[in-house]
Write a protein that binds this ligand. Sequence first.
Ligand SMILES: Cc1cc2nc3c(=O)[nH]c(=O)nc-3n(C[C@H](O)[C@H](O)[C@H](O)COP(=O)(O)O)c2cc1C
Length: 171
Amino acid sequence: MKTLIIQGSARKSGNTNKVVNYIQEKIKCDFVDLKNYTISNYEYDSRNKGDDFLPLMRRVVEYDLIIFATPIYWYAMSGIMKSFFDRITDCLKIEKETGRKLRGKQMAMINCGSDKDSVLAIEKEFEMPFRETASYLGMIYKGSVQTWINTDKVSEEVIQNLDIFIDKITK
Ligand SMILES: Cc1cc2nc3c(=O)[nH]c(=O)nc-3n(C[C@H](O)[C@H](O)[C@H](O)COP(=O)(O)O)c2cc1C
């Protein structure tokens, strides 16, 4: 299964990236860091259609499983990832053939917060935009894994959760 992880953190080699690295060591997949792209906020008149979003999206839709990896910023996905999600609207309006290619594809999500209790307390709410977006786009939502890092490495407990997640998404 052709798999892509899309990372949307404010730092390239931060905590979310540590979790992503663990997954990448376990499953063969490609990686996109949104930090490397210029993706501006959604515009109703599509004046920004010449930025990096559409060329990137044309690549993304060629994958079978797309895993979004985001830190938790103020109980929600990061701004950089939200801009990416908002821009999917361009694929429903100005480039429908790209949007249609998402139908039947799989989506999953990884988040990364700072401590277990605060991450688990918002699990369902945090997941909602991913789950519902998948449903709206005709994608199959494969679930998520909640992670947290408050030292310099990924804890054993988080690694266990990641292994369960990897099992689930690769079935
Ligand atoms: C702007 C901002 C908002 C944050 N809000 C939350 C939050 O609501 N809940 C939480 O658990 N951690 C929060 N944190 C902590 C980060 O989620 C946590 O440190 C995460 O591991 C950082 O990942 P990163 O290095 O990829 O940015 C916040 C951090 C920042 C910078």
